[in-house]
Design a binder for this molecule. Structure first.
Ligand SMILES: [Zn+2]
Length: 149
């Protein structure tokens, strides 16, 4: 029974890979929208890599990812399939390495990257995003203040 459940949830994760508008992503978007935040969705931000962050705040240069537990190898929820376990491990590790590479590129281009897991509370994720946006607003505000003086 337990195995069946694990397989079933894996199938759901796998079916979702690469798709937009997953439920956890929508929950984060809805929460930020409710708080009056505006952003782009699923948009390429760098010429050096094709990664498309799930939420993009271009002015603040904040990029948000809501990572699926299976494909991004969350340690709490990833149950590797028994068949071809070694192949899966390699594949999922490669995904994580690609995540890290993409993140390094974005960071080098001045993006603040926020990674969250699909298992995280969307309210907590939205809090983290807002902290980053507020930090940016405070910096911009200080610069504007200095210019006026
Ligand atoms: Zn997880």
């Amino acid at each position: 029974m337990e195995q069946w459940e694990a397989d079933d949830s894996r199938r759901r994760h796998m079916a979702r890979f690469g798709r937009r508008d997953t439920a956890p992503e929508l929950a984060v978007r809805r929460e930020l929208h409710r708080r009056g935040r505006r952003f782009f969705v699923d948009r390429q931000v760098s010429r050096r890599c094709r990664v498309r962050p799930d939420l993009v705040f271009p002015r603040a240069r904040v990029a948000v990812f809501v990572d699926g537990c299976f494909w991004h190898l969350c340690e709490e929820h990833t149950h590797l399939p028994k068949a071809n376990a070694a192949m899966w491990r390699r594949k999922l590790r490669a995904n994580r390495q690609r995540d890290a590479r993409n993140q390094a590129i974005l960071t080098s281009e001045g993006w603040r990257v926020i990674r969250s897991w699909e298992h995280e509370d969307p309210t907590a994720v939205a809090d983290r995003v807002e902290d980053e946006l507020d930090r940016w607003a405070a910096i911009v505000g200080r610069i504007a203040e200095r210019r006026r003086q």
